[in-house]
Design a binder for this molecule. Sequence first.
Ligand code: MCA
Ligand code: AMP
Length: 503
Amino acid sequence: MANVLYDALFGKHAGRDTPFLWLANGSNVTHAAFLEQAAQFAHVLTNAGLVIGDRVAVQVEKSGAALAIYAACVQAGLVFLPLNTAYTADEVQYFVENSGARLFVCDPSKADALQSVADGAAAQLETLDVNGSGSLADKAADKDAQFATVERGADDLAAFLYTSGTTGRSKGAMLSHKNLLSNSETLADLWQFTSNDVLLHALPIFHTHGLFVASNITLLAGGSMIFLPKFDLDVVIEKLPQATTIMGVPTFYTRLLSDARFTKDLTAHMRLFVSGSAPLLAETHVEFEERTGHRILERYGMTETNMNTSNPFDGERRAGTVGFPLQGVEVKVTDPNTGETLPNGEIGILEVRGDNVFQGYWQMPEKTAEELRDNGFFITGDMGVIDADGYVQIVGRNKDLIISGGFNIYPKEIEEVLDSQNGVLESAVVGVAHPDFGETPVGVLVAKTGETPDLDAIAKHLHDTLARFKHPRKLIVMDALPRNTMGKVQKNLLREELKNLFT
Ligand code: MCA
Ligand code: AMP
């Protein structure tokens, strides 16, 4: 037995003196140098006593070295657990504790604040900054640049990605070597990636999109990536002439379209623009084609399932749809109440099955059973319909979720914080259309009788406890929340009332 994921993505590039990562300053990291760094990190991890299956939690800025930690974990048979850099210490504490991570890598600037988190979870703390410096790099410096790859099979775990739920705490989605590799193989083939591809990579690498879709496909095809720390409009426009393809959330495309420098000439050489993680408005699709002559290829995925559907590479890329089920992925639409399969043309819940579907939630068998059926179908919580031509269209969500700029926000988590504030009787958080982020959360508060909530103090408290992207862009006090006869808050009415707040 070999190491399924390592061999397919990384091992085959050993000794290749070809550029893998093009950095913002124009320098590059070769495949060989990247793998040598990963091997050195693997030595540090195993020297620290970590053994097969142990989790490595990582909250660091995007860099080639950060990506090399992923490769190191795969090579050493460890489970890679990346965390959003925006998470506060309170949020990180839960992930480190819940996962039972034995080692936690953070930015040096946060080490003082996070030492107690590591201590509380009995995890070893190491640091790595955006330039690749820190205690992890120091320890790696004198290590052998070769590491004996640990054997791992198709069903062994490669990564945990935490995903929130409508109720309860975040759940660690367990992803196996097969889950990740099968999906990358399918997509690399479908989207016709080759070693000539240069992917403009401006996504974060702590989510499926930037980490597994973009990086794994590039590695599989043997291409390279222009590896930018974040989406900066000026830099993306400057680097576009060197790229063949880009993957982004819809905000990338609306921001590009808002800039006059983004023209047909600038994009004439491009092979492919991929969008996902949030709905791409049909009007953005149309405007993009008018401006550039390219049709954006929209696809649909989830943390638990990797990618499920994609518009075709060669056929019609239909605006407002997420295309067809991927090769080897079954997609069906079911009745939310009975679970029965519905005929094409009827709206229901999308369910998916295939090698792409995760192994369950870490140490949460009940949650797993609620969403992953015995027959292997995963209940996505997305409402969809399959049209007569087989295109899947997402029409809504059967889960209380807001997607802001591609980041998922669960209103419940914010409502719990709001409800605990002085003077607040109750609250509701709803997603409101936003020109830049697609949707953004707005907090509606009801005051306790005779009290006036201090909105500034509440905003400050939110700032201290929740990641910035989750902060409601506005807090509004209302006399009462609209409720139906069953007493359930009617968020649809609030959304309707507030829909023009930012437009
Ligand atoms: C940053 N801020 C945000 C967001 N990003 N607020 C709400 N939503 C966001 N997405 C905060 C910043 O901290 C800042 O706060 C303020 O909003 C404005 O920041 P700005 O500079 O405009 O934002 P940015 O840094 O340019 O980031 C926007 C972004 C970024 C480029 C859209 O959020 C991004 O890269 N999103 C991609 C997320 C992603 O990869 N999703 C995939 C996961 P302040 O003003 O206080 O400084 S989903 C997935 O993987 C599934 C499986 C799938 O299908 O792909
Ligand atoms: P997450 O589990 O955080 O990765 O988010 C997955 C969710 O993002 C899905 O369940 C969908 O609701 C949403 N999503 C991803 N891609 C698309 C898309 N192309 N169109 C609409 N929603 C999408």
